[in-house]
Structures are given as structure tokens and as C-alpha cells.
Write a protein that binds this ligand. Structure first.
Ligand SMILES: *[C@@H]1O[C@H](CO)[C@@H](O)[C@H](O)[C@H]1NC(C)=O
Ligand SMILES: *[C@@H]1O[C@H](CO)[C@@H](O)[C@H](O)[C@H]1NC(C)=O
Ligand SMILES: *[C@@H]1O[C@H](CO)[C@@H](O)[C@H](O)[C@H]1NC(C)=O
Length: 609
């Protein structure tokens, strides 16, 4: 077909009413048609509209190209204007793909149930379960999976899981459990199960029992919770590897769960404990505005340690935003902390790969010199965990960074603040980068990706791609690949794809998610049941490792399900997902709690708008 002919200036007139193009066009029209305008308009309208439709179908950028040549807009400016084309956004379910995800969930759950019901963790190749401690399980896998069953409508699986919670689940375990993991998986899972089961009181009773056992972890001089908790003795315990420290993510990723539990139980204690942590952190923040990965639990001060968005810091940033969202965008305290943190992240951690194609987040590692000076070494290393961040930035841009509520899908440039626009663009780029790290032999992304920088000493070694690589992955046959090369069924990329699809309506994100799902099916699926991690994403046939992390059922398959389900299933203005993908309802702060937050003695400025 003849593209040049259709690439006339007429096209944009129909693309957007009211832009300057229109005037040019009407001038042309007058010249051609002034003898019998009405008649010709009628005769020409149908073929013209058809031609425009065909042109758009064959080359969707035709209008933007034409507009660009006329208005001289940059690619990026145009990208922001795409919504003016009003192409239809379809949020209805992709039933075929959604149901394939449900079958995958059943494949995972039924194997676990058959081999290891009630055990904390599952090993699908040996068909065995294990517990986190010798004292017996705490329902780690069962509770982590319940809300996914409820969302998917798996009634039979659900009723057996509920039965287990009612009759077998027991927190009277004399052993130490990780405070943060127990809160996000078990407490979060119980709260979400309570909500989606139509407020079955079983789950609330269990949640209160568990939370009461965890609360003593907060009894420290700084009021930061200790890393571990003995559930039977109700005593906090230090992490023997880091006896003086707690990590930022661990202390700042309990708040959504405790706050919601307070509202449900009408007991302000949980809220108060969790909220106080945030004020301790705020008062300790260093001038750069970022949270280093460690804090001293005795004095509540940040410790000189790595700055990054990956492990031990990731969900600190995630929960700054989500605490603001949880109470329906009312606590400006969190919005301000979040906005400041995002400014700092952009200033120091957002980088571009050597040939400037991929945007990524780097790490800054402090180094102390003999003369006492400290310098920061840039490490171009991004954990797969960081792939939550692209979606989180989009969510932040359309809420904390929005000038109107709700914003359009996708948001228009005028609806976002300057920071919102910046965060939106970074978010979109980071998601692309996370997808680029799936460019491996299996189509799955490694645990850790390194990005090329001029000083990495690799030069033009053809073994290394030009943008990113897996460190130490070129092992000899028989050697075990490095830790970095694994894929352990992590959810963070599909989490971002879910948010990106909901906030842009762009079908491309569904396609990307489907590709990841297919790669999981191909390389991680264990034929006898369950899914396993693989030890090297760049090796075919892939070698499996005998472990199915609980987040496979609570997060990875839930996000995949939500991507292909109808958007009414979990509207983003009604729910906030905890860091283990347990959705919690957004609520208005009850008056009793308003007093509580305003009275907080550590508060430096009002918390409510
Ligand atoms: C794990 O704990 C559960 C519940 O206490 C128990 O039934 C099971 O036997 C334990 N598993 C192992 C491998 O010890
Ligand atoms: C808890 O375990 C510790 C060490 O394993 C033991 O010394 C203590 O007696 C136990 N306490 C109870 C109440 O079972
Ligand atoms: C949040 O606030 C908006 C606007 O004030 C209101 O319309 C909406 O119902 C609130 N949502 C919830 C879940 O309370």
C-alpha cells in the first residue's frame, strides 16, 4: 500500500480535535470543495474514514509521525500524548490465559498438599516438606496461598486449607522465627484471608494470636523491632549474623499489616508499635534521604552500609508509598517521605548502562579509608528483587505524583506533577530493563544482573553482551553456576507488569507476562507436581533445584492471574498489596486512630492532610 499518500496532513485532524492541525486542514478543504461542500463531504466521508482506519491499522504510528513532522515534537513528548488517540483499552479477562494460570496454581498446590501439607516449605523433586525450625510448622505455605485460592475461586482447595488452619495451625512454637517474614507471609496472609472469605472470624482470631506473640520484638530501647521472635516464649531475639543490626526493609515492612489489624481488632496497640518505627526512621535519616540497609536496633541510628533498592532495603521504599495509599492518600507524612526518597533515588542510584540503552538502579557501597575518610563505590548490580520498583514508581506517579484523582489510563502529561512525570518515565524504563534481563536461554531472569560500565575491565569480550551480564556465569562443565544465575520463581517482574498493565492499559504488558509464564511452564514445572527453581537461567536444558518458594503461590501466580483477569477483580483504588502480594483493603482512618497518629510524641510535623 502507498504509505506516502496516506501520510498526509489530514490524518491528525481526526486523531485529535482542537489541535493546530485542524486549521491547516480546513483551509485545504475550502479550496477543494467550496462549490458544494456538503455534498462532497458526505460522499467522501465514508471512504476517507475507511482509508484512515486502514492506515492506522497497518501503521499505528502514522498519526503520531505526521503530527511530529508538523509540530516538531520530540519522541518523548509524543509518547506522553498518545492517550489523545483514544485507542480502546480492554480490561476484560483473557479467559484462556487466566485459566492456564489457575491450572498452574492447582499443579503447584495439589502436589504440596499431597506430599507436604502443613509443612512450611516444599521440595517438589524429593516430594518432601520441611519446617523453618525444629519446633514445627507455622502454616507458612498454607496461609501464604489462601487468598490466591479465594481470588481464583478454587473452593475445594480453599475448604481443605481452611480446615487445616482451623484444626492444625499452631503458633505455640518454642523457636525463633524471622519477624519480618512471619508478618508479611503469615500475618499478611491471615488478614487477606479474613477479608476475602467474607470476614471469617477464624482468621482474625489467628491473626491476633500471632501478632500478640510478635509484639514483644518491639521492646527495644530504640523501639525498632528485633529481627527474630520466639513465638512460644514471646521474646524478641537478635540475628546471630548481625547481632547489633536490623535491616531497614525488615523494620519498615510491618506497618500495613499491623495498621489493618488494629482497625479490625479495634486495638490501637499494633498501629502504635508499627507507626513509631517510621518516626524513628524519619528522625535518623541521613541528609542524602536514602535508607542504608542496616540500622542499630539499640540507638535507632542508621549504620554506615550499602545504599540500594535491593535486598534489606527494597520494601522500605515500597511501604512508604503504600502506607500513604492504605489510608486513602491522607497521611502526607508518608507522601513526603516517599517523594523525598524518590528524589534521592533519582539523584544517586538511577543509572544508564554503558551504551545508554538500559536504565537500572545501582548500589553504593561505602568504603572507609585509613585516614578515616569515606568514599562511595558505585556497583552496577541490580537484584531481581528490584524489579518491583518499576511498577511501584508507576503506582506512585499516579497517586502521590498526581495532580488530579483519579488520573486517566494511561495518565496524561498534565495530570502528573513534575516528579510524577519523572517517576512515570523511570518506571516504564525500569520495566523494560527487567524484561531485557529475561533475554536468556530460558527466557527467565537471573537473581542478580550486572550492568556494563566503562571501568568494569571487560572491554569488548564477545562472551559478554553489551548491556548486562551474569557475573561469573561462564563456568566450566561440572562447575556449579554462581548464585547470581538462579531463578527461584520470584514475582517482582510480573508484579510490575501487573501494575503497568492496569495503569497504562497497554496489551504489551500482558504479552510480556505471558512469555514469562510460558518460560516458567517450560523450565520450572515438575511433571509429578509443583514448580522448582532453576540454577542457571542461561543453560538449556535447565537444571532444577529442589525448592518451590512459598511466594510462587502467594505472589508469582497471583500477579499472573490478576494480569489476565478482569480489572474489576482487584481495583487499585480499593486495595493495597502487601509485599507478599496479600491484598488489604484501603480504608479511611477511624477517628480513634486519627487522635493516635496526631499525638505521636516523635512527630515533627502534622501527619494528616
Ligand atoms: C513440620 O511441622 C508440621 C506441623 O507441626 C509437622 O506435622 C511435620 O511433621 C513437620 N515436618 C517435618 C519434616 O518435621
Ligand atoms: C524453649 O527452648 C529452650 C531451648 O531450646 C529450652 O531451654 C526451654 O526450656 C524451652 N522452653 C519451653 C517453655 O519449652
Ligand atoms: C477515598 O477517598 C475518596 C475521595 O475522598 C472517596 O471517594 C473514597 O470513597 C475513599 N475510599 C475509601 C476506600 O474510603
Amino acid at each position: 500500500m502507498n504509505g506516502t499518500k496516506l501520510r498526509r496532513r489530514k490524518a491528525p485532524k481526526n486523531a485529535k480535535a482542537g489541535n493546530p492541525e485542524k486549521e491547516v486542514d480546513s483551509e485545504e478543504s475550502e479550496l477543494e470543495f467550496d462549490f458544494d461542500l456538503w455534498k462532497y463531504t458526505k460522499i467522501l466521508a465514508v471512504p476517507l474514514l475507511l482509508a484512515i482506519g486502514v492506515a492506522y491499522y497497518l501503521n499505528p504510528t502514522i498519526f503520531t509521525d505526521a503530527m511530529q513532522s508538523y509540530l516538531g515534537l520530540s519522541e518523548q513528548e509524543l509518547a506522553k500524548m498518545v492517550p489523545v488517540l483514544e485507542f480502546p483499552i480492554d480490561f476484560s479477562a483473557n479467559v484462556h490465559r487466566r485459566d492456564a494460570v489457575v491450572r498452574a496454581f492447582q499443579h503447584a498446590w495439589l502436589a504440596y498438599e499431597r506430599d507436604a501439607m502443613g509443612n512450611d516449605e516444599y521440595h517438589p523433586i524429593s516430594h518432601e516438606g520441611t519446617n523453618l525450625t525444629d519446633a514445627g510448622g507455622i502454616g507458612y505455605t498454607v496461609v501464604d496461598s489462601i487468598d490466591t485460592m479465594l481470588l481464583m475461586g478454587l473452593d475445594q482447595e480453599y475448604s481443605r486449607a481452611r480446615e487445616w488452619v482451623a484444626t492444625k495451625m499452631d503458633f505455640e512454637r518454642n523457636a525463633t522465627f524471622n519477624t519480618f517474614e512471619t508478618v508479611i507471609r503469615v500475618l499478611g496472609g491471615l488478614l487477606s484471608a479474613y477479608h476475602f472469605s467474607g470476614e471469617d472470624s477464624l482468621y482474625l482470631e489467628k491473626a491476633i494470636d500471632l501478632a500478640d506473640r510478635i509484639i514483644p520484638a518491639f521492646n527495644t530501647p530504640s523501639r525498632l523491632p528485633l529481627s527474630n521472635i520466639n513465638l512460644a516464649l514471646r521474646e524478641g531475639a537478635i540475628d546471630p549474623n548481625w547481632p547489633q543490626f536490623v535491616s531497614s526493609a525488615e523494620v519498615a515492612t510491618l506497618q500495613l499489616e499491623f495498621r489493618y489489624l488494629s482497625v479490625l481488632s479495634r486495638n490501637t496497640l499494633y498501629w502504635e508499635k508499627a507507626e513509631t518505627v517510621m518516626h524513628v526512621l524519619k528522625n535518623s535519616l541521613m541528609p542524602h534521604g536514602l535508607a542504608s540497609i542496616f540500622l542499630n536496633w539499640y540507638n535507632g541510628e542508621f549504620v554506615l552500609s550499602t545504599l540500594r533498592l535491593g535486598s534489606r532495603a527494597d520494601s522500605y521504599y515500597e511501604y512508604l508509598l503504600k502506607q500513604y495509599l492504605q489510608t486513602n492518600n491522607t497521611e502526607v507524612f508518608y507522601r513526603d517521605m516517599y517523594t523525598n526518597a524518590m528524589d534521592a533515588v533519582h539523584k544517586t542510584l538511577i543509572k544508564k548502562s554503558a551504551n545508554s540503552v538500559l536504565t537500572y538502579t545501582s548500589e553504593l557501597v561505602p568504603e572507609k579509608h585509613p585516614d578515616g575518610q569515606i568514599s562511595w563505590r558505585l556497583t552496577p548490580k541490580q537484584d531481581h528483587l528490584v524489579c518491583f520498583f518499576g511498577g511501584s514508581l508507576l503506582l506512585g506517579a499516579t497517586t502521590a505524583g498526581a495532580l488530579v484523582h483519579p488520573v486517566s489510563v494511561p495518565p496524561r502529561a498534565g495530570e502528573l506533577s513534575e516528579q510524577g512525570k519523572r517517576d512515570w518515565e523511570t518506571g516504564i524504563s525500569l520495566i523494560k530493563t527487567c524484561m531485557a534481563t529475561h533475554d536468556t536461554a530460558t527466557g527467565l531472569a537471573p537473581e542478580i544482573a550486572h550492568f556494563r560500565i566503562p571501568s568494569d575491565g571487560i572491554g569488548h569480550d564477545p562472551q559478554y553482551p553489551s548491556d548486562w551480564y551474569i557475573k561469573g556465569a561462564h563456568t566450566r562443565p561440572g562447575e556449579l553456576p554462581p548464585y547470581d544465575a538462579r531463578y527461584i520463581l520470584r514475582p517482582e517482574t510480573v508484579e510490575s507488569l501487573f501494575l503497568a498493565f492496569r495503569l497504562t492499559g497497554d496489551e504489551m504488558y500482558r504479552e510480556w507476562a505471558w512469555r514469562i509464564f510460558e518460560a516458567i511452564e517450560k523450565h520450572c514445572r515438575v511433571e509429578t507436581g509443583g514448580y522448582a527453581s532453576i540454577i542457571n537461567v542461561d543453560e538449556i536444558p535447565s537444571r532444577k533445584e529442589d525448592k518451590m518458594e512459598t511466594f510462587m503461590m502467594s505472589e508469582t501466580l497471583k500477579y499472573l492471574y490478576l494480569i489476565f483477569a478482569d480489572a474489576n477483580v482487584l481495583p487499585l483504588d480499593k486495595y493495597v498489596l502487601n509485599t507478599e502480594a496479600h491484598p488489604l483493603p484501603i480504608f479511611d482512618i477511624p477517628p480513634k486512630f486519627k487522635d493516635l497518629v496526631q499525638r505521636n510524641p516523635m512527630l515533627s510535623h502534622p501527619i494528616l492532610e
